[in-house]
Design a protein around this ligand. Sequence first.
Ligand code: NAP
Ligand code: L37
Length: 280
Amino acid sequence: MSAKIIDGKETARKLRETIKTQVENLKAKGFTPGLAVVLVGNDPASQVYVGHKEKACKEVGFHSEVYRLPETTSQEELLKLIDNLNNDKNIHGILVQLPLPGHLNEKEVINKISPVKDVDGFHPLSAGALFVGEKSLVPCTPKGCIHLIKETGFDLQGKKAVVVGRSNIVGKPVAILLLNENATVTICHSRTKNLKAELLEADVVVAAVGKPNFITGDMIKPGAVVIDVGINRLDNGKLVGDVEFETAKEKAGWITPVPGGVGPMTIAMLLQNTLEAAQS
Ligand code: NAP
Ligand code: L37
């Protein structure tokens, strides 16, 4: 049997429409949410994503500022810009697109962003708040994953969820969000002994590895919900996930495609976080 497709593109479009209406209402009261996106250097994927973010901001009516800085930008210049944005009353959200060029100190940059404007949720205070269950801005991609799982009507309570990957931006926060939904969560990584055995137990799989077609259909429990976070560009230019879609869809109950799955949701959640930051 072939899995149902979880349409992230369409879900994200509907979310943008809702946000657009909320922004129109705020604007009628003389208030416009503002997002600043900072991109340093020439990473081709980051350029595409930041372009999508800029377009989405315009579409929903945000005030949008995009700072495209040269590869040679110094740590001091970047910190100064963040300081200015922290103090800018027209800016409610600040996102520094990662990865930064090697000479820059990513941790110091993230720590500089005011937690109230931390729409990426990467500041240690935001991460800590998520960890202890306090209200905070939740990282966009993990938030998008949970939204897509809920979209299927699947009840996470008591179910076995396996997250593959333990990065601070995807794996760890998505595991905590699944735990908050009362799933029983296993986090797998490069030192995991028997990944296939872990995955075959999983009612929900979230794949955030960064290796094309890494998880194959024979590793999926029949009927499982499969959320593929991976975005890998092959030499032939084709975009594929961390899950081998063709074989996995024959085993899964639900599956996200790449492109058109988690990617568009990452951007929709960024808009939602900006609106939330602007209203708090
Ligand atoms: P990352 O920081 O490179 O983390 C990758 C994780 O995968 C690590 O925890 C690593 O384990 C684990 N891993 C590597 N090889 C493995 C193996 N053989 N078996 C099991 N686990 C293994 O990557 P990331 O930033 O989380 O991103 C992951 C993927 O998601 C990438 O393709 C990225 O492009 C994509 N992504 C997509 C979006 C979106 O909006 N759709 C957003 C962000 C990222 P160790 O910790 O042991 O090294
Ligand atoms: N919030 N997200 C945040 N902060 C960061 O620092 N790096 C990073 C980050 N990641 C990010 O922006 N990811 C991302 C990934 C994919 C898309 C957007 C953002 C996306 O739009 N994906 C499309 C297709 C992209 C393409 O054509 O290359 C998709 O359908 O998956």
